[in-house]
Design a protein around this ligand. Structure first.
Ligand code: ADP
Ligand code: MG
Length: 679
């Protein structure tokens, strides 16, 4: 029963089934203190009536108790006969339980009940743990209180040696942390709140610290034992591009990141790096420079994009950047024609192709390289295990991997979910960008919004109008978009205005043509679903209208907004919503209107949604903390990271005597989580 309901299999599980909270059972409250906020409470009162009501499924035992301040209703649905025998009218009982209101009157369902004796309220402070339980368990008599009894019994059998310390003494002393054994005892049965806080802090720290040690160990192992191709020199390709073809000066952030990558790829171990940069920070050019570096060292590179449109666009912009150089670059996607595909496959195998740009089609098994040295994954957070494994088959020595994020990830999340990766940040936008002005408008103001687009078009600018994807129904999406398209057309009649439309169900070729017309400035308006969400770069576009903006998440809104403000013109993002939006949506919209900083937005997103929902982290396993929260325990997480790094710097193999307990603990835990899953 415990197994099925709460996943408790062993004593160890039971010890790690932590109480939600504690209540002071010496405190007896008055009935009139119960209000809508009251959760658990203890009261005492005289039993005034008991009766069985209802039949069959609706059968229940209802009783009333009264103290000098009010009346409380008690209800039981189970164990009716047994409880009824126990209750005697006129006696005073002590009741503990969760309260609710029924028809405006306070009620306690299945309270814990005992005959009231005065000594209870005079005893010394005693905090009783309240454990999470399920209704099913409660019905079987395994209430939180029963769990408390089991845990108490278990703990009284255990000695310090049974719950061995796993943190080094030095850290315990330095951070004044409670020893492990004491912490377990205390977290279940504290004698006061301060003690409890100290115990919980110790256990949270342990959780975070162990995770940090693990992630850092993975990173260190990659650095020390994985073989990697060596990009030892900066040669002709890189230099000639840098000196003759680079269309602008690199930002300091771009320079710094390039340097980090250069150092990392010269060392002889495989690079596995996450490049975090805000939307528009200029990641593509960094990618290109890395690819040139690979070419200088006689290695091929591949750049993977999440969508066909983006792959197409990357191919075009990279091709034109290197067109005066002796670089062979090709595009490979799902819709590449058979003949051309054959040619490309041949070229990759012969090493006549330097760069291949594509969708995930690039890592299909049939694609074989002569000399693959670098894989860049654009606009994604993660590069899954299966995909990484696919790369193994393409080269003897695994190629370097650079993953470029779609939008920033909060720092704490990056530290935990991606802590095993090397990590670069681009926190600077190219010069001359004007901040995008974001406003919120509702349907009633649509006409004005369209007029505004007109004035921008008159100035020579272009505009996006985006419709949400409705996950449940493709048909609805299509209808929604078509309706929108018709409406836009009525505001912007041909031939004065020309409109492109792109959506997910369109054949790739048509998508491409429509996109191209917008990129080349032939059309002034792009009506689309979120297929253009990531990466697309049309610097002349200055207006982004997002229809039904309340349906989008924060990072998606930020990504979409990032499609404008890419040139030197002032740009605008207009979030259109219905006149009524939920509190959460309002919050998202106000965050969007308040800041353009993707790192700030990412923090807010994490706060609003919690870590489980953030894209790409669900399967990571690195976030399954029982006690710690990466939202509420930031300082402790920073501390744990710092201590873990310090320790491993001194003793990377955990060979020192003082780190032995930690080493043993990690070995015991091995296999419980599949850490190799993290790529
Ligand atoms: P993202 O990081 O979102 O992928 P891109 O690489 O698409 O950004 O770059 C956005 C725009 O900024 C492009 O038009 C690119 O040419 C331009 N850009 C990139 N770096 C610089 C720079 N250092 N100076 C000026 N413009 C730049
Ligand atoms: Mg990009």
């Amino acid at each position: 029963m415990l197994k099925k309901e709460l996943n408790i299999f062993t004593f160890n599980n039971l010890l790690n089934h932590f109480p939600n909270r504690h209540v002071d059972k010496t405190k007896v409250s008055f009935i009139n203190e119960i209000n809508f906020q009251t959760d658990y409470i203890q009261v005492a009162g005289k039993l005034t009536s008991v009766e069985v009501l209802g039949e069959k499924h609706a059968k229940r035992l209802v009783a009333y108790v009264q103290d000098k301040t009010g009346i409380l209703e008690l209800v039981w649905f189970q164990g009716i006969n047994w409880i009824k025998k126990y209750l005697v009218e006129g006696n005073t009982y002590l009741l503990f339980g969760k309260t609710s209101f029924f028809n405006g009157k306070p009620q306690m369902v299945h309270p814990e009940i005992e005959v009231f004796t005065n000594e209870k309220s005079e005893g010394k402070a005693f905090l009783e743990p309240i454990y999470p339980t399920t209704e099913k368990l409660k019905a079987k008599g395994l209430s939180g209180r029963q769990i408390a009894k089991l845990t108490y019994a278990l703990l009284s059998q255990l000695q310090a040696k049974d719950i061995e310390e796993n943190l080094p003494d030095e850290i315990l002393k330095h951070l004044q942390l409670m020893p492990r054994y004491a912490a377990y005892k205390t977290v279940h049965f504290p004698s006061n709140n301060n003690e409890y806080e100290a115990a919980i802090k110790r256990l949270k720290f342990e959780e975070l610290f162990i995770a940090q040690v693990r992630l850092n160990l993975i990173k260190l192992q990659r650095h020390s034992s994985s073989k990697g191709v060596v990009f030892e020199k900066v040669g002709e390709f890189f230099n000639s591009f840098y000196n003759n073809h680079l269309p602008f000066q690199l930002t300091n952030a771009q320079k710094r990141v390039l340097k980090e990558i250069r150092t990392d790829t010269a060392k002889g171990h495989q690079m596995n790096r996450l490049l975090q940069g805000d939307v528009g920070s200029g990641k593509t050019i960094v990618a290109l420079l890395c690819m040139l570096l690979a070419a200088d060292n006689n290695y091929q590179s591949c750049l993977m994009a999440p969508t066909e449109i983006l792959a197409q666009q990357h191919f075009q912009s990279l091709s034109s950047l290197v067109k005066e150089m002796n670089i062979e670059i090709r595009l490979l996607t799902g819709s590449t024609k058979t003949k051309e595909r054959k040619e490309i496959l041949q070229g990759l195998l012969n090493d006549t192709i330097h760069f291949v740009v594509g969708t995930h089609a690039v890592i299909e098994e049939v694609v074989q390289f002569k000399n693959l040295g670098l894989v860049i994954v654009d606009e994604q957070h993660r590069f899954g295990v299966a995909q990484r494994a696919a790369l193994w088959k393409k080269a003897n020595i695994p190629p370097h991997i650079l993953v470029m994020t779609a939008t920033p990830i909060p720092r704490t999340l990056a530290m935990t979910a991606y802590g095993d990766l090397d990590y670069s940040i681009m926190d600077e936008l190219p010069p001359g960008r004007q901040p995008i002005t974001t406003v919120h408008r509702n349907e009633m103001q649509r006409h004005k919004v369209m007029e505004f687009i007109k004035t921008e078009i008159t100035k020579g600018r272009q505009a996006y109008i985006i419709y949400p994807l409705i996950e449940e129904s493709e048909k609805l999406n299509y209808e929604d978009l078509m309706q929108g398209y018709e409406q836009v057309k009525s505001y912007f009649p041909e031939p004065q205005y020309l409109i492109s439309m792109v959506h997910g169900k369109m054949p790739a070729e048509q998508k491409e043509t429509n996109m191209q017309r917008f990129v080349n400035g032939k059309t002034q308006i792009m009506v689309s679903t979120t297929v253009i969400e990531v990466g697309v770069n049309v610097p002349n576009a200055s207006v982004m209208v997002i229809e039904s903006a309340e349906k989008f998440g924060l990072s998606q809104l930020h990504q979409l907004r990032g499609r404008v403000g890419r040139g030197s013109e002032k740009s605008f993002c207009i979030l259109l919503t219905s006149s009524k939006v939920s509190v959460d949506a309002k919050e998202r919209i106000s965050v969007m209107c308040a800041t353009n900083d993707g790192f700030k937005i990412a923090e807010k997103d994490l706060e609003l949604r919690g870590p489980g929902d953030i894209e790409g982290t669900r399967q990571s396993g690195a976030l399954n903390f029982k006690l710690a929260s990466i939202i509420n325990d930031k300082p402790l997480l920073e501390l744990a990271k710092h201590e873990a790094e310090k320790l491993l710097q001194e003793d990377a193999d955990l060979n020192m005597a003082k780190n032995l307990q930690l080493k043993l603990f990690l070995q015991q835990q091995k296999g419980k989580t599949n850490w190799s899953k993290i790529s």
